[in-house]
Each structure stands twice: as C-alpha cells, then as structure tokens.
Design a protein around this ligand. Structure first.
Ligand SMILES: Nc1ncnc2c1ncn2[C@@H]1O[C@H](COP(=O)(O)OP(=O)(O)O)[C@@H](O)[C@H]1O
Ligand SMILES: [Mg+2]
Length: 439
C-alpha cells in the first residue's frame, strides 16, 4: 500500500495547487489584511482585462465600483475587530470594474485563511453578466407579457362592454318587438271585433228590413177588413139621415167604426212595440205600486175591449204588498194576454185573471174557455207572425205573444201555456220581484 501512495513532496503539492489555481474558470484573488492583492489567476486577468502584474501589490479596491471601492479597507478592519462576518463564508453579489472602465455584476465568495504568521483572504468571483442579462431579458419579457396581459384585459373589458351593449340593444329590440306584436294582436282583435260588430249590425239591419217588409204585406192584408168596415159603416151612417128612428142604426155603425179603428190601433201598437224591442230601445223603469189596485185599473181599461157578456174574474193571493216593477211593461203583458183570451173565446165566456206572489215571485195566469190552440201549432206560438190554423177568420198580427215573451225577458221572467182546442187555454207568467229601492 505504501508504495502505491507515496507521500508527495511540498513542491509537488505546490505545483498541484498552482495548476488548479491557473485552470480555474472563476477569477481567484488573494489579498492580505490591508486589501493588497497578492495573487490572481489567469481567469481573473481575463475577467478584468488587467495583467496580474498591473494589479498585484495594489489594493483590491481598484477593481471595485463606488461605494465599495472607498469602503473596502473599512470592511476588512471592522471584520478583524468584531469578527462579525458580512461576506466571509456568506458570499454576495458585487459590482466589478474592468480595466477599460466598464462595470460588471459578479458573484463574490470570500474565505479567510490563517497562515503561520498572518491571515489572507481569498476571493472567488464569478461573472454574472450573462445571468443578469438573462434575468433582465426575463424581466423584460415578463414586463412585455404583463403589458400584453393588460392590453388583453383592456381589450376583453372593452369587448365585454361592447357585447353587453349589444346584448342590451338586442334586449330592448326584443322588448320593442314583443310590444309591437302585442299592439298588432290588439289591433287585429279590435279589427275582428269591429268586423264582427259590423256583420252583426248588417244582420240586424237585414232582419229589420225583412220585418218591415213582412209587416207591410201583413198590414196590407189585415188593414183591408177594418178599413173597409170603416168606409162602409161611415157610408151607411151617413145614409141614415132620419131622426130618432135611425139613431140606433147610426150608433151601431159608429160602434163598428170604433172597433175597426181599435183593431187598426192595436196592429200598429204591436208593430211599434216590436220595432222598439228589435232596436233595443225598450228600457225597464221600475216603480213601486200595489198589485191589487193595478189589476183593478187594468180591468177598467180593458172592459171596453171585451166582447158582449165577457167579463174578467180576478183572483188574488198575497197581492196586498207593494211591488217594484216596470208598470207599463206589466200592463202590456196582461193587456196582450187578456185581449187574446177575449179575442179567441166566444161572447159571454169568462176570463180568469189570477195573480199571486210566492217567495218574491209574481205568478200571473190568464185563463179562457175559448177555441184553444191546435197541438201541432203549439211549439210555434211565440214566433213572430205565427198564427194558429184555427184563427184564420179572426184578425191579428201574430206578434203579440212574441212581444210578451220579449218583455218578460227584460224583466227576467218567463211564460208558458197549456191549451186544448175547444176547451180553452191557460197562459202562465212568472216574474221575479226585486227588492224596491224605496222600501
Ligand atoms: N188565448 C188564446 N186562445 C187560442 N189561441 C191563442 C190564444 N192566444 C194566442 N193564441 C194563438 O196564438 C197566435 C199568436 O198570438 P199573438 O201573438 O197574440 O197574435 P195575434 O193575436 O195577433 O194573432 C194567435 O194567432 C193564436 O193562434
Ligand atoms: Mg194577440
């Protein structure tokens, strides 16, 4: 073993260290306690551009920049005094100054070495220029990136704003469209409604025209008999020029004239009532009155219209209280039904007029012992102009029952009947009684 690792001589060790010192890539300096450069390697020469001979023996601060250049000796002195290392064994970045005056960043590591009688400091310096440049480059790139980021963010914000504006515009446009669509729909509905109304009005107009022309043909037929009666009776009454002996004849013809005029008046009244109903001109006007008194009034008025020997038999039940109704319409209803009862029954026959109030409903029954209504005609009795086949020789318009039915509609009431040919008919009416505002 001993032969394999023979102890090296001092010269050999010196040469070994010298070789390492010379071949090192980093710059190496040794200085004494006063900062005087004792040695420097070729890498140091290369780094600073000085020949070793130009530096050795001079203060190391010649290779430094301010403020280290000025303070370097103080650093060493303070260290020797306090033994508090600021750099030794720690290392730090410093600035170096080349022979040509340019400066460079360096990594400095310093170590202290005690020789037999004195101490020296060794500094190893590594050029940081490339690293610093790379760092700067990175910093710049980062800055550029940040700038780009900022720009991008700005652009994104701007685009976002533009987009939200566009979205808002779209939303308001959409709202406007919805509004317009609604308006159009409303206009369409209104148009359709007015079209409907127009069509209805036209239909009504047509119905009225038809009614009028039917009335003209009916009137020309129905008017002929009473008018010819008026004419012939007037002629005859005129012919009886005698005194007392002709008086009876004259008054007979005058009565005929009166009856004929009455017939004409009732035909005209029917038509007038119907026209008013058709044009919705009839409005109910309720008043407060006593039913019993009202019936006596109507009976009195109708007495003159009855055939000889006919009389109205009134039967009342619970009719003492006051009612609140359209008196004129009620009179019209009873008038129509009683005049039918009289017209379609013989002389001397009774006409029953029954009235009763039950649970706030007025029931009226008009009964006669007359010709009755053929069964096959009964379904059509309330139609306009309809007349049963057994009344051909009795004057009439066929409007009365239709008018009655329509009046009852206005009062919220209704009508029905039972009839048997040759026995008679009973017409039944019901009218709800509203509470009087006067009560
Ligand atoms: N009390 C009644 N008895 C028999 N027939 C009736 C009676 N009331 C109505 N009618 C029948 O109903 C028809 C319609 O009556 P109405 O409308 O009053 O018309 P008008 O009396 O002018 O003919 C009459 O033509 C008749 O045929
Ligand atoms: Mg009638």
């Amino acid at each position: 073993m001993k032969e394999k690792s023979p102890k090296k001589s001092t010269e050999e060790i010196a040469a070994y260290l010298e070789a390492i010192f010379n071949a090192a890539i980093d710059a190496i300096f040794t200085i004494d306690e006063h900062g005087i450069v004792e040695r420097m390697n070729p890498a140091a020469e290369q780094l600073f551009g000085y020949k070793a001979s130009e530096v050795m023996g001079n203060n190391i601060s010649m290779l430094m920049t301010m403020p280290d250049r000025q303070n370097h000796n103080n650093y060493i002195n303070r260290y020797i005094e306090t033994r508090q290392p600021r750099i030794i064994g720690i290392g730090r970045e410093v600035m170096g100054r080349r022979k040509n005056g340019t400066e460079m960043p360096l990594r400095l590591a310093v170590s202290e070495t005690m020789l037999e009688d004195r101490r020296i400091f060794t500094g190893i310096l590594h050029d940081l220029t490339a690293m610093k440049e790379a760092e700067a480059e990175i910093r710049k790139l980062n800055q550029d990136l940040e700038l780009q980021n900022d720009r991008l963010e700005l652009k994104v914000n701007q685009r976002t704003e533009e987009l939200s504006e566009a979205v808002n515009r779209l939303l308001s446009l959409n709202q406007q469209l919805v509004r317009e669509a609604e308006e159009r729909r409303a206009a369409e509905t209104a148009l359709r409604k007015s079209e409907d109304e127009l069509r209805k009005a036209l239909k009504k107009e047509k119905q009225l025209n038809e009614l009028k022309s039917r009335f003209v043909s009916m009137a020309s037929h129905e008017f002929r008999t009473p008018l010819s009666t008026v004419l012939s009776s007037a002629d005859l009454a005129e012919a009886y020029t005698g005194g007392e002996e002709h008086q009876e004849k004259r008054s007979k013809h005058l009565t005929r004239i009166k009856t004929a005029v009455g017939t004409l008046t009732s035909i005209l009244n029917d038509f007038l009532s119907l026209s008013k109903l058709e044009e919705n001109m009839v409005q109910t006007q309720a008043v407060k009155f006593k039913l019993k008194e009202f019936c006596d009034e109507v009976e009195d008025e109708m007495q003159g219209l009855l055939k000889p020997g006919q009389h109205i038999i009134q039967e009342h039940e619970n009719c003492d209280a006051q009612v609140f109704l359209d008196k004129q319409i009620l009179k019209n209803i009873i008038y129509n039904l009683v005049s039918n009862a009289s017209k379609y029954s013989d002389k001397g026959k009774p006409i029953f007029c029954r009235l009763r109030v039950v649970d706030k409903v007025l029931f009226i029954e008009i009964e006669d012992k007359g010709i009755g209504i053929p069964e096959e005609d009964q379904p059509y009795m309330f139609q306009r102009f309809f007349r049963a086949n057994n009344v051909e020789n009795i004057q009439g318009t066929g409007l009365g029952l239709n008018i009655v039915k329509r009046y009852l509609n206005l009062l919220g009431g209704d009508i029905s009947f039972i009839s048997k040919p040759s026995y008679g008919s009973v017409f039944s009416v019901n009218i709800p009684l509203t509470k009087s505002k006067l009560n």
